[in-house]
Design a protein around this ligand. Structure first.
Ligand code: 13P
Length: 249
């Protein structure tokens, strides 16, 4: 079945609330008649302004992470319920920067994923291998582990909205994009692992590519049969670049 492209921007730790508001306003006014779904993920502080600026447009707003508890003594954290009450639709989970710098494991990603589902939000599960893992032949083992680890104990019936983002760590912020063949091959593999866990549902789920996506390489990536959108870092911070990627979808 046809899968609607999802073009998502991960702003990481960039842009003040006012800058984010301006960016969302520019994106919303430049969308034209795109059929793609559009998402931006500001910092926690920028969520409210982004939502205000996105009102009445196709732009959806998500968070970059969440805690697994509903509330409690967890200084500095945000629950999925708080994120939902702020008006967000999606939450990124298990981004490689969370795994690398904040000791995120498949187990904690799975706990967060359950919290996102509990709050009725759409999870965007990020997976991807490092260069040394790829070069030592562990690509498939790593991706399989990240997927099965995150989805362990969750019913397929709860995962009908799941989005997976394949982001090879070596392509993030480096300007080195995976070749279309490398990306398509990894996406097909990810879909096969999802099919093993979730059955036919895997054909309906979107798998986004992330890692140095730019207006100039987006069209070729997005034309691949198993690439259903993009998770964009650096190029999502400028309206012109992000709109260029949306136009390619
Ligand atoms: P870049 O597009 O800056 O490589 O970042 C990709 C990414 O990590 C999106 O989550």
């Amino acid at each position: 079945m046809a899968r609607t492209h999802l073009i998502a921007g991960n702003w990481k730790m960039h842009l003040s609330p006012a800058e984010g508001r301006e960016l969302v306003t520019s994106i919303a006014s430049g969308l034209g008649g795109t059929t793609a779904e559009i998402l931006v993920c500001p910092t926690a502080l920028g969520i409210a302004d982004a939502i205000a600026a996105a009102a009445g447009s196709k732009v959806q707003v998500g968070a970059q992470n969440c805690h697994w508890e509903v509330k409690g003594a967890f200084t500095g954290e945000l629950s999925a319920e708080l994120i939902q009450s702020a008006g967000c639709s999606h939450v990124l989970l298990g981004h490689s920067e969370r795994r690398q710098f904040f000791h995120e494991t498949d187990e904690t990603v799975s706990q967060r994923l359950k919290a996102v589902l509990r709050a009725g939000l759409v999870p965007v599960l990020c997976i991807g291998e490092t260069l040394s893992e790829r070069e030592s032949g562990q690509l498939e083992t790593v991706l399989r582990q990240q997927i099965t680890g995150a989805l362990a104990g969750i019913d397929a019936a709860q995962l009908t909205q799941l989005v997976v983002a394949y982001e090879p760590v070596w392509a993030i912020g480096t300007g080195v994009v995976a070749s279309t063949e490398q990306a398509q091959e990894a996406h097909a593999f990810v879909r096969s692992v999802l099919a093993g866990v979730l059955g036919d549902l895997a054909n309906d789920l979107r798998i986004l590519y992330g890692g140095s996506v730019k207006p100039g390489n987006a069209a070729e990536l997005l034309a691949q049969p198993d690439i259903d959108g993009a998770l964009v870092g650096g190029a999502s911070l400028k309206a012109e670049d992000f709109l260029g990627i949306i136009a390619a979808a």
